[in-house]
Design a protein around this ligand. Structure first.
Ligand code: AMP
Length: 414
């Protein structure tokens, strides 16, 4: 049955195309992983290996089945071809160590040398290809390049949720060179999609979306979508001041996007029309400098003095937000409540992380996604106290905006 994927899909159909349902014995499987890990600029040592660890389960399943694994990934943003600092050779030793077996490496991702390495690859072995983005064809979604990659394997597996919103050769185009039974999602991808679906489609109400961060402009599309589905929308961080300004408040030197005042007003009106509670932080922690060393006050967020800026949510806001969070059955959190990188303005984000963790313990489903909120839950030690921490910032946002993710659609719609 052809599936019509428009941002959301049926979980029953979805499970049929995850790796769990396939036996890969005797097969060569090419997996698109996201091994775009941060490296030390001088020693090229891996600073954080979370992304590699996230795909281990998929790799091990194939090896245990008796298949062979070909790994392909991008690393960084190389401009025109090979750059030493972006070579995936730097991650070979560490990947071998955490996988518990040797990872072979080849200096390119297509071509004769690669074909030879693949021909010599036996069941139970792992081969890592060089950075896909050393070929500009990768990001262009070049068909010939995709076909060359596809020719290396019997089976294609996408386990790179972080790049699922890109129609690149290895994330989407390649899928067309495999038959329906020979392309599937890895475990990471499957978990990401299942958890996003739990929030957006199989939603338990009340559903509270917590959206923070610097700018309204980055979050307009997701907010417009959330007004249709959420019961509560909590706004924190720098973006809240554009809303206060739109309501006629005095926001001093707080962050503001004057060209977004209209859209902020419209969002507030739409929320009211749809009976969605739109919670803005009643009070703010303000400072006269963007740093830890200024004069710090608590102010009404509609009445911030000239020369001062709101850098965190205040105690009343923490209390109001916490109450709404604790009454929720589904929670989505994207973006910090303040400048959590600075010690004087991290309390709001920390308290909200705590509230999300407590709501989860009471039975709510909580999904944290998007770079800075993920960094915050990690930093404050809450990552294993929420239901799911997403690895895909941009991809997750686009999913919630209702956009089709090419990396997901390429496997489902065929
Ligand atoms: P985003 O990438 O849009 O999620 O924004 C995250 C960034 O917003 C973080 O670096 C925060 O420090 C910053 N941020 C959060 N709240 C504020 C605020 N009230 N004023 C200025 N920057 C903020």
């Amino acid at each position: 049955m052809p599936l019509n994927f428009q941002g959301h899909l049926s979980l029953t159909n979805f499970y049929m195309i995850t790796i769990d349902n396939f036996n890969l014995s005797g097969k060569k499987a090419i997996i698109r992983v996201d091994f775009n890990v941060p490296l030390d600029k001088e020693t090229f040592e891996i600073i954080d290996d979370t992304r590699i660890k996230s795909s281990l389960k998929t790799i091990i399943k194939i090896l245990n089945d008796g298949g062979a694994v070909i790994l392909m990934s991008h690393l960084g943003r190389p401009k025109t071809g090979y750059e030493e600092k972006y070579s995936l050779k730097h991650i070979v030793a560490h990947t071998s160590k955490i996988l518990g077996r040797d990872v072979k490496f080849v200096n390119d991702c297509i071509g004769t040398e690669v074909k030879e390495a693949v021909a010599n690859l036996k069941s139970g072995e792992v081969l890592l290809l060089e950075n896909l983005r050393f070929h500009p064809e990768e990001e262009k979604g070049d068909e010939y390049f995709a076909k060359e990659l596809a020719s290396l394997a019997d089976v294609y597996i996408n386990d790179a949720f972080g790049t699922a919103h890109r129609a690149h050769a290895s994330t989407a185009i390649i899928a067309k060179y495999f038959s329906k039974e020979n392309k599937m999602f890895g475990f990471l991808m499957a978990n990401e999609i299942t958890s996003a679906e739990k929030v957006m489609k199989n939603t338990q109400h009340p559903f509270t979306a917590i959206i923070g961060g610097a700018k309204v402009s980055d979050k307009i599309l997701i907010l417009e979508k959330l007004v249709d589905v959420a019961d509560n929308i909590i706004i924190g961080g720098g973006m809240s001041y554009t809303f206060f300004k739109a309501m006629g408040g005095d926001i001093g030197n707080s962050l503001c996007e004057p060209d977004r005042l209209d859209i902020a007003k419209k969002l507030l009106e739409k929320a009211k029309r749809k009976n969605v509670r739109f919670l803005l932080p009643s009070d703010s922690i303000t400072s006269d400098v963007f740093g830890n060393e200024g004069v710090i006050n608590i102010a009404d967020s509609m009445d911030i003095k000239n020369g001062f800026m709101g850098l965190d949510i205040g105690p009343v806001a923490v209390e109001e937000f916490t109450k709404a969070i604790l009454q929720s059955k589904t929670i989505l959190w994207n973006g910090p409540m303040g400048v959590f990188e600075m010690r004087n303005f991290r309390n709001g984000t920390m308290k909200i992380a705590e509230a999300v963790a407590n709501a989860t313990q009471q039975g709510a489903y909580s999904l944290v996604g998007g770079g800075d909120s993920v960094a915050a839950v990690n930093q404050f030690g809450f990552s294993d106290k929420v239901s799911y921490v997403s690895t895909g910032g941009g991809a997750l946002l686009e999913y919630f905006e209702g956009k089709e993710l090419p990396g997901v659609a390429a496997i489902i719609n065929s």
